[in-house]
Design a protein around this ligand. Sequence first.
Ligand code: PLP
Length: 525
Amino acid sequence: MRVDHGDQACLVSRTTFGNAEQCSGFWQGSSCGGQHRGRRDRAGSRSRTDEELGVNSRSAPSGTSLAERARRVIPGGVNSGQRSIPGLTDLVITRASGSRFWDADGREYTDYHAAFGPPLLGHNDPDVNAAVAAVGQRLDLCGVAVTDGEVELAETLAGLIPSIDKVLLTSTGSEATFHALRVSRAATGRRLVVKFQGCYHGWHDSVSLNVISAPDRVGVPDPISTGILPEVLDATLVLRFNDVAAVRAAFAEHGADIAAVIVEPVPHNVGCLLPDQEFLAALRDECTRAGSVLIFDEVITGFRHDLGGWQRISGITPDLTTLGKAIANGYPIGALGGRADLMDLFSTHPGAPAFFAGTYNGHPAVVAAALATLTKLRDEPVHEHVYRLGDRVRAGLTEVFADLGVDAVVTGYGSVFVSYFMSGPVPRTYDDLLRNDAGMFIGYRRRLPEHGIFELPLNLKRSHISYAHTDADVDRLLEATRAAVADTLAAGGVTELAGTATMGGAQAGTATMGGALPNAAGGGS
Ligand SMILES: Cc1ncc(COP(=O)(O)O)c(C=O)c1O
């Protein structure tokens, strides 16, 4: 496991992008494949044939026909915002294993999107699946009292995450952040929440603003959805990430009314902004002084970067921590934990003031998945492997862009990587990311599937490496990127960016008939 990476995982390429003038600006149109410790890519060892699985057989429906059926009965044809991607609207996925997924037409993709981050062990991990199957032999949801697995998982989380004395399970990360804010307001009796431009904390109203904002919406409220009461948005202060002075000023002015500060310690919803240590320390300091609750939203950083989360890497301990994604390798579970005095305010104590409930909370299947995932993360060199491949990817991409004469900043941390098309220095705030050339960012990702590689072609989205990825996968990624970027340059970049560049731009207030804006993206990442 790596806990001391500092910024050595961050590499920067500053080269010249010959075609810059031709490329669309950021906002244009913005309306073990064998060799790794016995890890195997199970594609070769599957016991059922493609035909049996309904993949690539003559009788199986094509992606286009399935996608058309989907659009008839599912709004937009997908079940979460940010899944219907321009240019990929006929993509229907029918199988996933290890580092790969396959579509209904039999095409294979090495997957670096990774469902926005959960499958750190790789898709369909056999040990996690076996644990889920095993618990199903003896238990399902009973909805009263507690199960043995929930006890074990809570003890495990309290042992791993520095801030956690007590912990509650949810089904999603959004529920965890929702309850973190609710209990903060319950504990302090205060109204205001502080969040940072570029951070995403789920779909609920208090935090549904200022994620991926157009330049003219930075510095003003930028809701990601209509239908939110203006007074809820008014109760959220949005500050610039890594800006200590802004934090000090907000506390000087509003400290007595700030219930909580919620932050992604590494804002990965805009790729990767590494935090200054002084910034996280200032958050801790101001919250302690003002009696506000400091919430680290570690839904992404939690287990992906370290079993103890970013709080163990940084040594800064929040009052509450929210978890999700990699905790169960893709099974739907989230968690909220922290100081006992705060957690004891939840109504799981009869009579306590902060109501907390959920029919599926602590479902034995997802609890078993989490326990199996955490066991594997602890017992096998998962972090060592993904960190090493991450370093290889970042170094390799830096070289590719330099060779091609493209201005790029390749950054990330551990298993996460992202290439911004801009000249240096390394971005520290969301404002820096406004220099990214969205046409290139999205353009070459649109071409990667032609080379069997999948990275999400939406602006500023990060990519992920899993334990199932191999050195051979990295070689292929680098070759494919070289070819896709060269083709994009030859084509003069991409000019059609509608629906791909922002996650904001909706108007405050309740939606009226016909009031929904076409560019109101919403949805998590
Ligand atoms: C940092 C962060 N917090 C919270 C959430 C919400 O989690 P979920 O989508 O499981 O509700 C996300 C989802 O992308 C996230 O990235």
